[in-house]
Structure formats: structure tokens, C-alpha cells
Design a protein around this ligand. Structure first.
Ligand SMILES: CSCCC(=O)C(=O)COP(=O)(O)O
Ligand code: ZN
Length: 207
């Protein structure tokens, strides 16, 4: 049976275009990052491990089941569990994007457990926010090569913090999600801008 439907190719094309844009900004260097989109049957289109995310072709997007098992014999992202955990938790989430931007990579060197974003007009680019008079926290987790352990730590945090839009992994990058690839890309771009603001502000405030 051919599992790669028109819907799969349409979502794959969205991820490929997102990857080109994200790479044009320098946010997925040297094969870093991973992207996924949920399909109507619950399976997930996700980037094949080790591919350059700015140069994706249709063959670089594969199919996994909701538990992260490959359905087409290719090897999914090493960080697949961080995607499947988000889809399991949030029924409305349709896409997950993970860049390795400089700002997200450096954030934990400047901030400890979180970055607080407050009083920025661009917060309105995040789903559900309609005023700059909003305060959100983006948690920072220690990096970990043990992805199941990292996923468990993230899960434990999200159990207690329902309204989280993204998380940073120290020295690594960040994860964000949304109701479509386009919405998730908007979240990614807005958060990246806001991290940049906070990092510049931090530099200005230093004695
Ligand atoms: C070269 S980046 C190291 C792995 C990583 O953090 C990443 O985002 C890419 O891994 P993948 O298996 O998804 O290609
Ligand atoms: Zn990564």
C-alpha cells in the first residue's frame, strides 16, 4: 500500500519551503534542526535524520506513526520523540519546527531557566495573544543526548505550564509548534525576533 498520499506530499512541500526560509535566515546550519507536520490519519511527515534542512527534497521527508516508528524504512530525526510528544499532548497542533538559531543557542549562557517576553507588539504573532500587554515565559532546558529523558523533562514541565508556546534547549536550539506549518513558521520567526531583542537588551544592561 502506498502511504504517501497527496496530503503527505502537500505537507512535505510546506516543510521544504519552510526549511528554505529558515535556512535563508541562518537558523539551521550544517544539517541541524528538524521539522514535522501531522497528517489527517494521525501519522506524521518528518525530516529524515541528517539531511540539510535548507536543501530538502521530497525524499528527505518521511512518514512515521504517532509513536515515532518509521513507516517507510527511512531513519527519522534523532529528535523524533520531541515531536511526537507534542502531537500527543496537543490535539490541535499540526506542525512542529526546531531551528538551531544563534540566539536560541546562546540564550542559556545569558539567562538561567527562562526567557521572559513582555510588552512586545510582536507577541501578537503568537496564537491566542491579542495585546502587547502580555507576559510569557519560554523555558530553557539543559541539553541532553538522551532524548527520551529530555522529552520526559519537557513533558513534566508542560504538564504544569499549560500555556507554553515554545521551549529552548541550552546550547542547542528551540522547539515551537502551531496549528499549521504556516502558523508554526510565524511563531518561529516572531520568537526568534523576540529572543534577539532580549539578548541585545541584556547586552545593553550589562555594566
Ligand atoms: C548536526 S545537528 C545535531 C543533531 C540535532 O540537534 C538536530 O537538530 C538534527 O538532527 P536530525 O537527526 O533531525 O537531522
Ligand atoms: Zn537539534
Amino acid at each position: 500500500m502506498n502511504l504517501k498520499t497527496d496530503e503527505f506530499f502537500s505537507k512535505a512541500d510546506d516543510l521544504i519551503a519552510a526549511g528554505r526560509f529558515i535556512d535563508s535566515k541562518g537558523w539551521v546550519p550544517a544539517t541541524s534542526g528538524n521539522f514535522s507536520a501531522r497528517l489527517a490519519d494521525g501519522n506524521i511527515a518528518i525530516t529524515v535524520s541528517g539531511r540539510h534542512k535548507g536543501q530538502l527534497q521530497r525524499d528527505d521527508i518521511m512518514l512515521i506513526d504517532p509513536n515515532g516508528q518509521s513507516l517507510d524504512g527511512q531513519k527519522p530525526s534523532a529528535e523524533t520523540l520531541l515531536h511526537t510528544s507534542l502531537y500527543r499532548r496537543y490535539p490541535d497542533v499540526q506542525a512542529v519546527l526546531h531551528p538551531h538559531s544563534i540566539n536560541a543557542t546562546l540564550a542559556a549562557r545569558l539567562f538561567e531557566a527562562e526567557i521572559v517576553l513582555e510588552d512586545y507588539e510582536l507577541l501578537k504573532a503568537l496564537a491566542g495573544i491579542d495585546t502587547h500587554e502580555t507576559r510569557i515565559s519560554i523555558p530553557i532546558f539543559a541539553n541532553d543526548q538522551d532524548i527520551p529523558r529530555l522529552a520526559a523533562r519537557v513533558d513534566q514541565f508542560l504538564d504544569q505550564h499549560k500555556d507554553t508556546h515554545a521551549y529552548i534547549i541550552a546550547g542547542h536550539g528551540f522547539y515551537t509548534w502551531g496549528g499549521s506549518v504556516a502558523e508554526t513558521l510565524r511563531h518561529l520567526e516572531a520568537l526568534e525576533f523576540l529572543f534577539d531583542c532580549e539578548i541585545r537588551l541584556h547586552g545593553v544592561k550589562q555594566p
